[in-house]
Design a protein around this ligand. Structure first.
Ligand code: SIN
Length: 472
C-alpha cells in the first residue's frame, strides 16, 4: 500500500491541499475538532479576486505589492492574483455560496489597500466560517482523505535527509510515529505568541518550531501583521475581529476626543494599508483609546455584519448606537517556512502552505483578504503536485526523530506573550528588541526558542519596512 501524504493542520490551506491531491491517500492530522479552532474559520472580510467589471489580475497584483512595500516575490504574486478567479470558482464548486445582489451578480466589498471593491464574501462577514463548512464537508466526503483529530505533532521523522513522517502525542499524551510519502505543514500563524491576537490561542507557531528543529530554512520572520481593529475586551487573549469591511462600508476610526484618527495620515485615510492604520490605533490606545464609529451603517448592521454584531452585543456594545472600542491584535505572519511557489521547503520531503509558509507573496505586509485566497491558490497547487508524485510504500525503519523542545508552562507563556506584544508589536525599537532577546537568550521551551528566532530576525532588519516599523 502506498504511504499517504501527511498534512498537519486542518484550515483552508490544509484542506485545499488535501482535496487537490485526489486520489492519492491523505492523512490529515489536526489538533482540534473538524473546522473548529482554526484561524480560517474566524476570517471575516472575504476573498480578494478581480471579478468586478474592468478589474484585472494586474491591478490586484499592483495593490498586493504596494501593501507589501514591494518586498513581494513577483512570481508568487502573479500566481496568486492570476489564479484568484479560478480559486473563487473552485470554492463555489465545493459548495460555497458567495453573497450576491438581487440581480445575481457577486457582491463586492472594499477593504484597506485595494483601489476598488474586490472582495467576495459569504454570509456577510462570516466568509471564513462558510468556506470552512463547505471544505470540511467536501473533505469528509472525499474517499482519499482520512483524518486523525486531537493530535499534537511534536516532531518530524527524517531518513537520509528527507522528511518521512511525524511524531505526535494524542490527548492522553500517548506518542505515535506516523509515516508518509511527504509531510505538509499547514499549521497557520503565530498570533497565539502575542498578548492580544485575532487568531485562536492555538496558532502558536508549532509548524515553524518543527521546521526550525529540523533545520529547514525560514524567511521574513520579522514581518508580523497587526489588525488595527480587534474588539478591545480587557483581559482577553484571543479577541473578536472587527472586520475592515466595516471601514469599506463607511465606518471611521476615532480617537479618545472623538476626532477622526486617519485624517491627514494617508491618502486612503481609514482604508490605508493595514500596517499604517495599526500604528495609528496603537498610538491612540496609548493616549486614551481608539474607537470605530460604524453607526452610519444603521439598522442594516446585524444583517450585513452578523459576526461582528454578535461579538459586540455579547460584550454589551450596540454598534448601531455607540462606537466600538478597538485595539490592534496580532493577526497574520507574512514570514514563515521558506518555500518555493510550489510549496517545497529547503528540506526534501517537507512542504509548507498557507500562513505557516513563506513564498514571499505578501511581502512586508499582507493586503486585506489575500490570506484565504493564498490558502486556496497555493494549497490546490501543492495538492496537485503531491498527487502526481509516484507512490511509495511506507518504510518504517532507519528514521531519526527531531523534536521541538518541551512546552513552556502557562505562566511563562503568558509572560512571553506580553514581551512579544511590546517588543515585536506594531511599533518597535532596537532597544526593546534587544532587551527581549536577552530575556529569551537562554530560554528553554520551544516557544522561547521560537521567540528568540523571531526577535533575532527583527533585530537584523535595521530599517523600517512594511509591518516592521522601528520608532528609533
Ligand atoms: C478583516 O476582515 O478585516 C480581515 C481580513 C483579512 O485579514 O484579510
Amino acid at each position: 500500500m502506498n504511504a499517504p501524504i501527511l498534512i498537519v493542520g486542518g484550515g483552508i490551506a490544509g484542506l485545499a491541499t488535501a482535496l487537490a491531491a485526489a486520489p492519492t491517500p491523505v492523512l490529515l492530522l489536526t489538533r482540534a475538532r473538524e473546522g473548529s479552532d482554526v484561524a480560517s474559520t474566524l476570517a471575516q472580510g472575504g476573498i480578494a479576486a478581480p471579478v468586478g467589471d474592468g478589474d484585472t489580475a494586474q491591478a490586484h497584483a499592483h495593490d498586493t505589492c504596494v501593501a507589501g512595500s514591494q518586498h513581494n516575490n513577483p512570481a508568487a504574486v502573479e500566481r496568486l492574483t492570476g489564479d484568484a478567479v479560478a480559486a473563487v470558482e473552485w470554492l463555489q464548486h465545493q459548495g460555497v455560496a458567495f453573497d450576491r445582489d438581487p440581480g445575481g451578480a457577486l457582491q463586492l466589498g472594499r477593504e484597506g489597500g485595494h483601489d476598488r471593491a474586490r472582495i467576495v464574501h459569504a454570509g456577510g462577514d462570516a466568509t471564513g466560517a462558510k468556506v470552512m463548512q463547505a471544505l470540511v464537508t467536501a473533505a469528509r466526503r472525499a474517499p482519499h482523505i482520512h483524518r486523525c483529530a486531537g493530535l499534537d505533532v511534536t516532531g518530524l521523522l527524517l531518513r537520509d535527509g528527507h522528511a518521512c513522517g511525524v511524531h505526535a502525542l494524542d490527548a492522553y499524551g500517548h506518542a505515535e510515529r506516523i509515516h508518509g510519502c511527504a509531510v505538509v505543514l499547514a499549521t497557520g500563524g503565530i498570533g497565539g505568541l502575542f498578548a492580544r491576537t485575532s487568531n485562536p490561542a492555538d496558532a502558536d507557531g508549532n509548524g515553524l518550531a518543527l521546521a526550525l528543529a529540523a533545520g529547514a530554512a525560514l524567511r521574513d520572520l520579522e514581518f508580523v501583521q497587526f489588525h488595527p481593529t480587534a474588539l478591545a475586551v480587557p483581559g482577553l487573549h484571543s479577541l473578536p475581529l472587527v472586520t475592515e469591511a466595516l471601514r469599506g462600508a463607511g465606518a471611521r476610526l476615532l480617537d479618545a476626543e472623538g476626532r477622526p484618527l486617519m485624517d491627514g495620515v494617508h491618502p486612503l485615510a481609514d482604508l490605508a494599508p493595514r500596517d499604517v492604520v495599526a500604528r495609528q490605533v496603537w498610538q491612540a490606545c496609548r493616549e486614551g483609546g481608539a474607537w470605530l464609529d460604524a453607526r452610519g451603517i444603521g439598522t442594516t448592521f446585524p444583517a450585513r455584519f452578523p459576526t461582528v454584531f454578535a461579538a459586540c452585543m455579547q460584550h454589551d456594545i450596540d454598534p448601531r448606537l455607540q462606537p466600538i472600542p478597538v485595539t490592534p491584535a496580532a493577526h497574520f505572519h507574512m514570514g514563515g517556512i521558506a518555500v518555493d511557489t510550489d510549496g517545497r521547503s529547503s528540506l526534501p520531503g517537507l512542504y509548507a502552505v498557507g500562513e505557516a509558509a513563506c513564498n514571499g507573496v505578501h511581502g512586508a505586509n499582507r493586503l486585506a483578504s489575500n490570506s484565504l485566497l493564498e490558502g486556496v491558490v497555493f494549497g490546490r497547487r501543492l495538492g496537485t503536485l503531491l498527487g502526481a508524485l509516484p507512490g511509495t510504500g511506507a518504510r518504517h525503519g532507519g528514521c531519526t526523530l527531531v523534536r521541538r523542545g518541551p512546552s513552556l508552562d502557562a505562566i511563562r507563556i503568558a509572560g512571553l506573550r506580553e514581551t512579544m506584544m511590546q517588543a515585536m508589536g506594531p511599533v518597535r525599537s532596537g532597544k526593546a528588541l534587544q532587551a527581549a532577546l536577552r530575556q529569551y537568550q537562554a530560554a528553554d521551551g520551544w516557544q522561547g526558542e521560537l521567540a528568540r528566532t523571531l526577535l533575532a530576525a527583527a533585530l537584523r532588519r535595521t530599517q523600517s519596512l512594511g509591518a516592521h516599523f522601528l520608532a528609533d
